[in-house]
Design a protein around this ligand. Structure first.
Ligand code: GUN
Length: 302
């Protein structure tokens, strides 16, 4: 079957992209080098940041993600440990491991890779992680901390997006920002961070009645719905900054985002590619969180 390509999209492809392409790979490499430098300084004081990842079962995507996270943390000089538990692990066994990691002073960051196998209670596990060791920023305490502006670990994907906006020279202050998607991991924390940065924030979702009109008003657009090219390029406001969190795999293996990239790039001032935009930043911000957790554990603010 041929994919449907709109006339506008065809024209856009012929004209080529006009927008600044926000290179997430390059920004992530910069973040990693900053973290590596800070880790060397900490090592000079006898502190080695430790990230422990817990993986349960044999989800192939999780195995790939965890391998990437471990590689990154080793490269920046962290102590990297993985606990791989079998698919038949019980809730009690998993909770016991989390309790043991909470009590281990060499562990500064704990990440339990999601999704967990069926039958395990994800919420209970996330709540069991000591908020001071919550490398993902998913613990309800840290979610609350974000909402009222207390420092703490922040969810990695929206934190990475804030950094991408900065490198693109986009200050959210006074801008209209539209976040499409209301997940706990991306959409909701993204909205909070943009609000904290003084944007006027709208959150759209599957029940939003006129998505094209919402997109057309947005100076900053963050698309995090997980639907292939749902956002049409012609909807995008001229001069907008477009951040595409989508990672949708087409038949044949090609990865595409939630935004019709070529057509959107005609109208946007700056846009993230898929892949190579938001994805690398999520991994990099996990290192930032772990570094900050190690600092907070050993060098409490005076
Ligand atoms: N599974 C997919 N992405 C993530 C993530 O950022 N954190 C955790 N814990 N699990 C995930």
């Amino acid at each position: 079957m041929h994919p449907v390509v709109t006339a506008a999209a065809r024209l856009a492809i012929l004209r080529g992209p006009m927008a600044q392409i926000i290179d997430g790979k390059a920004v992530a490499a910069q973040v990693r080098s900053e973290v590596a430098k800070a880790a060397r300084e900490l090592a000079g004081r006898g502190i080695v940041p430790g990230l422990t990842v817990v993986r349960v079962g044999d989800d192939p995507a999780s195995a790939v993600y965890v391998r990437g996270k471990r590689k990154d943390s080793e490269e920046v000089g962290f102590r990297s440990v993985e606990h791989h538990l079998g698919v038949t692990t019980t809730q009690i066994e998993l909770m016991e491991l989390v309790a043991q990691l909470n009590a281990d002073p060499a562990v500064h960051g704990i990440l339990v890779q999601l999704p967990l196998p069926k039958g395990l209670d994800e919420r209970a596990v996330l709540e069991a992680i000591d908020p001071r060791k919550d490398a993902d920023g998913f613990h309800p305490y840290n979610v609350g901390a974000l909402s009222i502006g207390i420092p703490g670990p922040r969810p990695c994907t929206p934190a990475g997006i804030m950094r991408l906006l900065k490198t693109a020279g986009c200050d959210p202050r006074g801008k209209r920002a539209l976040v499409i998607g209301r997940s706990n991991i991306v959409g909701k924390p993204m909205a909070m961070m943009l609000l904290e940065a003084h944007a006027t924030v709208t959150v759209a979702h599957s029940r939003t009645t006129d998505l094209p009109a919402e997109v057309g008003r947005a100076d900053i657009l963050v698309a995090a719905i997980g639907k292939t090219e749902l956002v049409k390029g012609t909807w995008v406001k001229e001069g907008a900054v477009v951040i595409d969190v989508g990672m949708n795999r087409l038949q044949g293996g090609k990865l595409v985002g939630d935004v019709e990239y070529a057509a959107a790039a005609q109208r946007a001032r700056a846009i993230t590619p898929v892949p190579g935009g938001v994805g690398p930043m999520t991994r990099a911000m996990l290192l930032v969180n772990t570094l900050e957790l190690a600092r907070a554990a050993h060098l409490p603010a005076t």
